[in-house]
Design a binder for this molecule. Sequence first.
Ligand SMILES: Nc1nc2c(ncn2[C@@H]2O[C@H](COP(=O)(O)OP(=O)(O)OP(=O)(O)O)[C@@H](O)[C@H]2O)c(=O)[nH]1
Ligand SMILES: [Mg+2]
Length: 695
Amino acid sequence: MKKYETETIRNLGMFSHGGEGKTSIVEAMLFLAGENTRLGRVDDGTSLMDYEPEEIERKATISSTLACFEWNKYKINLLDTPGDDNFIYDAKLCIRVVDGAVIVVSAVSGVRVQTEKVWEYANEFSVPVCFFINKMDRERADFTRTVEDLRKNFTDKNIVVVQLPIGSEESFKGVIDLISMKAYLYKDDLSGAFERVDIPADLAAEAASYREKLIESAVEMDDAVMERYLNGEEIKDEEIEACLKGGIWGRKLAPVMVGAAAKNMGIQPLLDNLVRYFPNPLYAGKAEGADPVSGKPVTRKMAPNEPFSAFVFKTITDPFAGKLTLFKVYSGELHPDSVVLNVKKDEKERIGQIFYLVGKKQKPAGFVSVGDIAAVAKLKEAATGDTLCDEKAPIVYPEVALPSPLISFSLHPKSKGDEDKLNTSLGRLIEEDPSIRYSRDEQTKEFIISGMGQIHIEVLVARMKRKFGVDVELREPKVPYKETIKGRTKVQGKYKRQSGGRGQYGDCWLELEPLPHGAGFEFVDKIVGGVIPRQYIPSVEKGIVEAMEHGILAGYPTTDFRATVYDGSYHEVDSSDMAFKIAASMGFKKGMEQSQPTLLEPIMKVEVIMPEEFVGDIMGDMNSRRGKIMGVEAKGNNQIVKAVVPMAEMLKYAPDLRSMTGGRGTFVMEFSHYEEVPAHIAQKVIDQANREREA
Ligand SMILES: Nc1nc2c(ncn2[C@@H]2O[C@H](COP(=O)(O)OP(=O)(O)OP(=O)(O)O)[C@@H](O)[C@H]2O)c(=O)[nH]1
Ligand SMILES: [Mg+2]
């Protein structure tokens, strides 16, 4: 691909709720820009952007994809992101590196949950936005209603209509540009061919009134122009454009455009407006980072003659082609065959060839300069969120905060070979998607994998199989129950084998007593007069520690009690460490039986955030999950319900919450403490555990 001045680069991204048509829009753009000889379609698996097998199977974007192409002598680096909330972290990483966000809404369904989320992300990262109202050809498409919906939901910016649709549903034919006051009338043949004509007479009045509103909004961005407008002077089209541009760059207004991607209608005017109104990568002037040693904030001038620095926003793992690292350059230049510092890993990375991407297609890039987005293959350490830079001028750029995981499963490798490869393959996939967490539960010994939703985890498992040949099964994770005692007791543990040869003799008296929840295990030695010789006391403790690993109720670890050894006896020849260990463990088991053994369960602290209207339902549901409501608070337009709930009742909360709130509720959850399991439930847990142990 040829070289472009940074001023002629546009870094843009497509964001929306799932299925609004982002990928279809990009396909139409690639076709019009000559990157594809036909119009790729998500529905029949011919999309250049949704090329991964899991994406083709689900007909949805799972992982963001970069498309670099030329339009009107501008180089567009366009990121197509997933809309499904399982993969929304990927969209957030992309919004971090673009200079303009196209938020797509469907003319049929309007603003939806993820639309609100991506709007918030754009605000969080101060990214200029525009709207594209798509699917104007669909039944029940309604432009006016959709614009009203945008205005109702996004009140912090002026929503300005710059295009009007011509017709709707079956008779959607094209768009009116309210600045040039011309109509683009499309042929209904997917070619994207159009005629630029005068506005149809029946729409002239409507277009004039919308143009008036457009001018009113535009001139507000510039006091001098505003004054002339109020004095009745005529405002030139170029001035309106300049005002709009200022409003978009300053994030005070968001223009609205319209079309139908699947019909390849309205895409050229969208592209024209994107290059015209959105900033070039240098508009911010500087990039904010931190000194990797002191942690103090530093800024880096975004200029080609500054030392190199870049942020890694994406990693693509491929077992055959190797790893591909996608980055945005914030300062300086990156040349092939150079060495850069990976600041976070404190490792030097050798840069090979640099590429631009169009979907999975790679184009050699030569070197890349400030503001550009590109990819490099086979870096050793680089993972999503890392900073690469000139080792003589280290800087680290802020990562994108990870969302808290909402659902967990336990992973069961299907064979020994799978188990061996599990760690490496998971590690590679987490480099790609850090919103997946992976850990080993110390108690249950299970591999636990957590993510944003069931589909998130299922897709990971499918990828693990396809990319690394690792086959695993997903199960609900086990709840890490514990056992304790409620009563106190004194008990003798005695082990004696004295028939022929050297015998075994150990004898200890133990007192067991409960401790408060969370206190753990305490061992006290009250032996006097050497009734048990000193050297055997640690064996007594060890015997209890080993036995308490598997409580007598259901085999769960025992906790929150004190064991005191206060008496015993020994044999000059037959006593040994082993004998005292066995004696103590026998004593512990008998003693536990005598002192009201009890099952404990983990209790989670949960916060559910949702619109007011769902508060009643959520609280009722919490009660049915044995939860205790700790309070309800307002947060912006939402309410937060705080509760403590047994973990066992929360394993499937994510899908349940989604269906209760139509996807508008979210929650965070963390471990709080252990509590006694109510008797009727405890019996079921014990029976189940014993059945499993027998099996
Ligand atoms: N009728 C009609 N259908 C469309 C239009 N644009 C997209 N679609 C269809 O809507 C569905 C979703 O389109 P995608 O392009 O995959 O949407 P997306 O926003 O990329 O979806 P995710 O990647 O899953 O978030 C597909 O079946 C498309 O064919 C349109 O303008 N009109
Ligand atoms: Mg898509």
